[in-house]
Design a protein around this ligand. Structure first.
Ligand code: 4NP
Length: 159
């Protein structure tokens, strides 16, 4: 089983949506037996909380099932997950810092937009302090990036 972890700051906006979109695409591709995923945040701001209302509205609008409670990246994630997929460059820096503190490192760490065709920017913009339209933009970026991620995995893991 290939295990993929999506990571943002708060784990209530971007990464839970990314994991839900990814899981939905796996289902349609029949990869449910081969790949699994989860999401977490680098911060402890929203541990145990439901995703942001606007994240849930956006997922519902696109018919993506989303059931998640916020959790923070922890030591065992570095043992458990094969691919670490960060939403922005600050997340990447924080992941590396936490890994160092745990005396370990992520097996493979990517920025999700590395997998998007012609991204205008490498970060998925943080929609937390904006309006609903920010979440729609995030959805579009994630949808395209995740198609690219799955293509990479199909090649890399010979799925
Ligand atoms: P996320 O968005 O990292 O995409 O979940 C945020 C959620 C909460 C906060 C920041 C970003 N916050 O500062 O509480």
């Amino acid at each position: 089983m290939i295990k993929v972890l999506f990571i943002c700051l708060g784990n209530i906006c971007r990464s839970p949506l990314a994991a839900a979109i990814f899981a939905e695409k796996l289902l349609h591709k029949d990869y449910k037996q081969k790949i699994c995923c989860d999401s977490c945040g680098t911060s402890d701001y929203h541990i145990g909380e439901l995703p942001d209302e606007r994240t849930l509205t956006c997922a519902e609008k696109h018919a993506i099932p989303l059931h998640h409670r916020g959790r923070q990246l922890n030591r065992s994630d570095f043992k458990d997950f094969d691919l670490f997929i960060a939403m922005d460059q600050a997340n990447c820096r924080d992941i590396k810092k936490m890994a160092t503190a745990f005396n370990t490192q992520p097996r493979q760490l990517f920025l999700i937009r590395e997998f998007q065709d012609n991204p205008d920017f490498l970060d998925v913009p943080d929609p937390y302090y904006g309006g609903e339209d920010g979440f729609e933009k995030v959805y579009e970026i994630l949808d395209e990036s995740i198609d690219g991620l799955i293509k990479m995995m199909e090649k890399e893991f010979k799925l």
